[in-house]
Design a protein around this ligand. Structure first.
Ligand SMILES: CSCCC(=O)C(=O)COP(=O)(O)O
Ligand SMILES: [Mg+2]
Length: 250
C-alpha cells in the first residue's frame, strides 16, 4: 500500500456495526413511521421527504417494479387523506424490507433519526478502533471524509451523537448518493475532484466489494473492512483487508 493523504470511509460495516443499523436505526423508522405521518404530515420538511418518496414511487411504477405503489403528488397536500398515508407507509415498508439504497428513503430516514438522536433515544455506535484510527489520521495530518448511502444528515447525526462523543470535528466532509451511486467508479472520480486531489492519494475503506471494485477502477487505494456480521468477501478478490483500523499503515 502506498502512502495516502485522504481517507474516505463507508459507515455501515466499516465504522459502525451492521447490527446497529439493522437492529436499531431501521426499526426506529419502521416503528415510528406511522406516528410521524400522523403528527408531522404538514411539516414542510416532512412534505419535502414525502414528495421525494412519491416521485421515486412513480418512477418505480414506470419501471414495472412489482412492489411499487403509485402516490399522486397532489394527494400529499391533504392532511386528511388516509389513502395517501397508507400508500406512503406501504412504500416505506417495502423499501426498508429490501434495504434499498435510494435517496428518497435515505432522506426520510435521516430526518426521522434526527428526532431520535435529539431525544436521546439513539446513540451512534462506532467501532472503538475506527474512532482511534480517525483520531490518529487527523493528528497525522490526513483528512477523513465519509461516503455512505446514508444521507449526509444521517451521517452527521451518527458521528455527532456517537457513543464516543461528538466526532464531527474529525470529519472534513460528507458525501452521500447525491454525488452518485457507490457502485459507479465515476462517483469516486467526482469525489476526488471535489476534494481536489487525484484518486491515488485517497484510501477508500468499505465492507462492500462492489464499492471497492468501483473505487479501485477510479484509481483509489482500497481496504476491505472485515467486521462481524459483514457479508464475507470471495477469496478471489485480493484487495487488502482490515479487521482493526489501528493496524492500517499511515
Ligand atoms: C449513515 S447511518 C445509516 C446507515 C444507512 O442507512 C446505510 O444505508 C449505510 O450504508 P453504507 O453505505 O454506510 O454501508
Ligand atoms: Mg457499508
Amino acid at each position: 500500500m502506498s502512502t495516502y493523504d485522504i481517507v474516505l470511509l463507508d459507515i455501515e460495516g466499516t465504522t459502525t456495526p451492521i447490527s446497529f443499523v439493522r437492529d436499531v436505526l431501521f426499526p426506529y423508522v419502521a416503528n415510528n413511521a406511522k406516528a410521524f405521518l400522523e403528527q408531522r404530515w404538514e411539516d414542510p420538511e416532512m412534505q419535502k421527504h414525502m414528495r421525494a418518496i412519491a416521485v421515486q414511487a412513480n418512477k418505480d411504477v414506470e419501471a414495472c417494479i412489482p412492489e411499487a405503489i403509485p402516490i399522486a403528488l397532489d394527494s400529499l397536500a391533504d392532511p386528511q387523506s388516509a389513502e395517501a398515508k397508507r400508500r406512503v407507509l406501504a412504500n416505506i415498508d417495502w423499501q426498508m424490507k429490501a434495504d434499498r439504497k435510494i435517496g428518497a428513503l435515505k432522506g426520510l430516514q435521516g430526518y426521522m433519526w434526527r428526532f431520535g438522536y435529539e431525544a436521546g433515544q439513539l446513540k451512534g455506535v462506532m467501532y472503538p478502533d475506527a474512532v482511534g484510527a480517525i483520531k490518529k489520521w487527523v493528528q497525522n495530518e490526513r483528512k477523513v471524509y465519509i461516503y455512505s448511502s446514508g444521507s449526509v444528515e444521517a451521517q452527521k447525526l451518527i458521528f455527532g451523537y456517537s457513543d464516543h462523543g461528538d466526532l464531527l470535528r474529525y470529519i472534513s466532509g460528507h458525501y452521500d448518493t447525491k454525488i452518485g451511486s457507490k457502485l459507479e467508479s465515476s462517483s469516486y472520480t467526482t469525489i476526488a475532484g471535489d476534494i481536489g486531489v487525484s484518486p491515488e492519494h485517497i484510501l477508500f475503506v468499505s465492507d462492500n466489494i462492489k464499492e471497492i471494485l468501483a473505487a479501485d477502477k477510479a484509481g483509489m487505494q482500497t481496504m476491505v473492512s472485515v467486521r462481524p456480521g459483514n457479508v464475507p468477501i470471495d477469496t478471489k478478490y485480493e484487495y487488502p483487508k482490515s479487521t482493526n483500523f489501528t493496524e492500517i499503515p499511515l
